[in-house]
Write a protein that binds this ligand. Sequence first.
Ligand code: ADP
Ligand code: MG
Length: 556
Amino acid sequence: DSQRETHHFQAEINQLLNLVINSLYSHKEIFLRELVSNASDALDKLRFRSVTEPELLGGESALEIHIIPDADKGTLTLEDTGIGMTHDELVKNLGTIAHSGSREFLDMVAQRGQKDVNLIGQFGVGFYSAYLVADRVEVVSRAAGQTQAWRWTSDAKGSFTVEPAERSTRGTSITLHLKEEQKEFLGEWRLRELIKQYSDYVSHPIHLEVKKTTGEGADAKTETKREVVNKASALWQRAKSEITDEQYQEFYKHLSHDWEAPLAWTHFRTEGNQVFTGLLFVPKHPPFDLNSQEQRGVRLFVKRVLIMDRCEEMLPQWLRFVRGVVDSDDLPLNVSRELLQDSAVVQGIRKHVTKKTLDMLEKLAKDKPEDYRTFWQAFGPVLKEGLAVDQEYREKIGSLLRYESSREEGLTSLADYVSRMKEGQEAIYYVFGETRKAVVDSPHLEALKKRGYEVLYMTDPVDEWASQGLKDFQGKPLVSAMHADLKLKETDEEKREKEERAKGLGPLAEKMKEVLKEQVREVRASDRLTDSPCCLVVPEGGSHAFVERLLRERGR
Ligand code: ADP
Ligand code: MG
């Protein structure tokens, strides 16, 4: 056929296809979740575009997904009435454009092994999971607003073809020619079970074609019927009491493409000034690109219509690990980026969402300290950024902080520290360092230890910067043990000792200054040391030695 074009897969996609099609990964059923999620995205996109371009619907407003098993042909077909793809989009989206995710996915599997093939969707290459179960895939698609349809076909052996095709309605159908050993995915009950498990939260109806036999013997009649097998309503719009933990967890996995359940979630609806629903999750572990800008934000809906996949305006930067959904009744459907950036409605939502998130973390810390520790390990450094950049939430973040301390009993909160403060102790003391070992052995601690004062160990690179935002907690100032003007209440005996020492050490200090010249600003007798002969301190306004080293290493 002269109209058939052959294209070659981009190199990394080719590698990825090889990996997938030969995979021994045992949970191959995840392909269904990925393809249904693509269909659902395509329907969301159409609904969004049709707000301003109603003609795209072309008189057919049904937004549906159909799943059609065909035992005779050995095929499973997924159909949607979504946005569809043009010729160029088929070529681009399904084979020739390298997503950064394909390389990253390959690296991840090389490193962590087949058990994580599951994560394919997180890397933006979920479509290719079709080749876990199929040795040939056919995609027929007609873009909304167009009359011509196109067929994409590939057996994943280096190339794919594209040719004109017939299709009476807009949307996409994907036909999987199942591998011999994957025919279980034609079974009605297997499909029902999988849709329930993975796709119940999908807010569009999923119709499954089933065969019903009625009558017996010669009178037996078999007819095909399509049944809706999911709930097909936006999960966050259902009443909390009607949602099980498993449903929240599956919904989270759908949203985030995570394979693990979340640590915590909060689901709320506000009334009053702004009407909106929020459903927010804290993951168990960081995604592979926590610090990438694209990974920020929550899904923004306006009156159930998906507006944006990652709306970063809904949350501050230091809560970028939060996943979830915000569905506003007040924003206009045609809301733009610019409008989001200076909208009072958005400000209001953001404030509320931030508060709800911090409340959720506080509750997690109180009710499930083990889980909170997991959270802290994964996202503590990100949360701490908030101290430095957001004065408004200082107090709340302060109560979520955890540090190791000289008490040597694992992490402590500031509140617990304060409750253990010795009589006469006026401040919360901390010491910075690159490693635990460095701080434990720090001579700066001696005077404090002698008094039995607990010292917090700040060993996270972000600590020095972040803790500047936390001047005090529960009325107690935070004081660095390294700070030169550290003043401790002295006993009379100490005062006497110190005066004598200073007298005796005067000539030595002078001599040292001569020798060290401009390497030091000053040499002083100190009342801080008990075991070590000397230590370096930071003058008022100077930065800590280890931070200076850090900055030097990064070439600042
Ligand atoms: P992702 O969904 O993360 O973008 P996928 O590999 O699952 O990555 O899909 C790649 C792209 O192919 C999608 O972004 C979309 O543009 C297109 N696509 C896949 N399935 C469909 C579909 N059913 N309808 C329209 N476009 C689709
Ligand atoms: Mg996808």
